[in-house]
Design a binder for this molecule. Structure first.
Ligand SMILES: [Zn+2]
Length: 481
């Protein structure tokens, strides 16, 4: 090795699941014919960083070393992808080539894509990256101003927004102050359809209100045209608004997934509605460890229309996330855990033709077809729907419903009550519950979930205890499918 070789070091991150993991970037210059290599399992996107870095450096009036340049990304066994390494690679090259003192880059992180003109662009997952930078106790993190909005939400980290490579270098020299972090702009909430549009359906409406107040899972069963999807879509309009902490959780996840415009914070609960052709990988995440629909619905609603039409493995993959509120994936690419605390609302026809139990039209399904249809949903999966309600054919002449705003008020009051105090079964209610378990109407898990629903019903009634009639109502929502 040639005398006086300097290694330029800095840090950046790659994303897996919903987390950012550290990447150490090292640049070294050797004598030899000009060449630029990036080693350490970098994918094509990272390889393309070479062109952007070369062009960004020269157009910013820095010198691109005319010798053999090697950039190493460690740990080398992790496959790294994306364009977020550009700035870190450029800084490491500047440090290795004597254009920046190496100690100015070695204790910071950089996460930005770079344009050919040296301008810096936001990256996916800036909040997750900032959390990791704070955990590693680095001195600061250079990002594009749009990414700074998210990164600045993480306590204990100095966020250094820079618009260009030149600005980033000036900040490291101490020759320029980092730009101010723009104030966060919450995405304006979408306008949700109103419950006032739903005529009739008192029982399904009531179930929807209980679902919203207690964050339960709801299964609506009814013939085509009974307004199941219409009801499910109106859940969004009655849920309590996101708390700040929840908004940050949603922002973090949706930023990693590239679902948020840069510089914006999540403004409302997510509503995810995967098509019934969705695979298990699409629902919970696949080999690439990218977040699936359940994780993207965290703190919001996962709506599964035509539940029985989903592939069986996809449905079964939901059992653990529904029970535990999180997804755990172990694949050859690694192991990740993602929060997935969402309300699941599902809708299905009672049979393939849709008219089983319909007073107006006869079911034409052969018994074997009916059995096959029902067997697509396993008992344990059905058991995870705390409320199972039959939605009859829509009544066009039914009374117009109460507006969402009024329902949302009751939901918010009940949710606050549930968060603030213990609401327990009265002695009479407990006897009723014990009887149901004795008669095998309920499993142990079923009993716990029914009690939770009864507690929500009590909270909606502003009661301090769960009375037998609250429990009886909760039991009435455990209809067989
Ligand atoms: Zn039928």
């Amino acid at each position: 090795m040639q005398h006086g070789t300097v290694i330029g070091r800095t840090h950046t991150f790659w994303l897996t699941g919903l987390d950012a993991r550290r990447v150490d970037v090292e640049a070294e210059i050797h004598s030899g014919l000009p060449a630029f290599r990036v080693v350490g399992l970098a994918d094509r996107g990272v390889q393309e960083a070479r062109d952007r870095v070369r062009s960004g450096l020269t157009s910013s009036q820095f010198e691109f070393p005319a010798r053999r340049l090697t950039v190493n990304l460690a740990p080398a066994q992790e496959r790294k992808e994306g364009a977020s390494f550009d700035l870190a690679i450029a800084l490491a090259v500047l440090a290795a080539s004597g254009q920046l003192p190496p100690e100015r880059t070695s204790r910071i992180a950089a996460a930005a894509e770079m344009g050919l003109d040296g301008s810096l662009r936001p990256v996916r997952g800036a909040m997750a990256m900032a959390e990791e930078a704070a955990r590693l106790d680095l001195d600061g993190m250079l990002v594009a101003p749009e990414s700074a909005v998210e990164a600045a939400a993480v306590p204990g980290l100095r966020v250094l927004p820079a618009r260009t490579l030149i600005e980033a270098v000036d900040i490291l020299w101490g020759a320029a102050e980092p730009a101010t972090v723009p104030p966060p702009v919450p995405l304006p909430p979408a306008r949700h359809p109103d419950l006032a549009d739903v005529r009739g359906q008192p029982r399904a409406r009531r179930a929807l209100e209980i679902t919203a107040a207690g964050r339960h899972n709801l299964l609506l069963v009814g013939p085509p045209g009974s307004g199941k999807s219409m009801l499910a879509q109106r859940l969004m309009g009655i849920l309590p608004p996101l708390t700040r902490a929840e908004a940050l959780e949603v922002t973090r996840a949706h930023s990693v997934a590239g679902l948020l415009p840069a510089g914006m914070l999540a403004g409302e609960r997510p509503f995810r509605a995967p098509h019934h052709s969705a695979s298990a990988a699409a629902l919970i995440g696949g080999a690439s460890l990218r977040p699936g629909e359940v994780a993207l619905a965290h703190r919001g609603v996962l709506f599964m229309d035509e539940l029985a039409e989903f592939p069986r493995p996809a449905l079964e993959s939901l059992r653990v996330p529904l029970q535990e509120g999180r997804v755990e994936l172990a694949r050859s690419a690694g192991r990740v855990v993602m929060p997935a605390d969402c309300i699941v609302v599902a809708a299905m026809n009672p049979c393939p033709c849709g008219h089983l139990g319909d007073p107006e039209r006869e079911c034409t399904c052969a018994p074997a077809r009916l059995t096959a249809y029902r067997s697509r949903l396993s008992g344990p999966l059905i058991d995870r729907f705390d409320l199972r309600v039959r939605a009859p054919r829509a009544d066009a002449h039914g009374a117009p419903g109460e507006a969402s705003a009024a329902v949302a008020e009751r939901v918010a009051a009940a949710a606050e009550r549930l968060g603030g105090q213990e609401i327990e079964l009265t002695t009479d209610a407990r006897e009723l519950m014990d009887g149901a378990v004795r008669e095998r109407l309920l499993s142990g898990r079923g009993a716990a979930r029914t009690t939770a629903v009864a507690r929500t019903i009590a909270a909606l009634a502003s009661a301090d205890e769960i009375q037998p009639d609250h429990l009886a109502e909760a039991l009435s929502y455990r209809e067989p499918v």
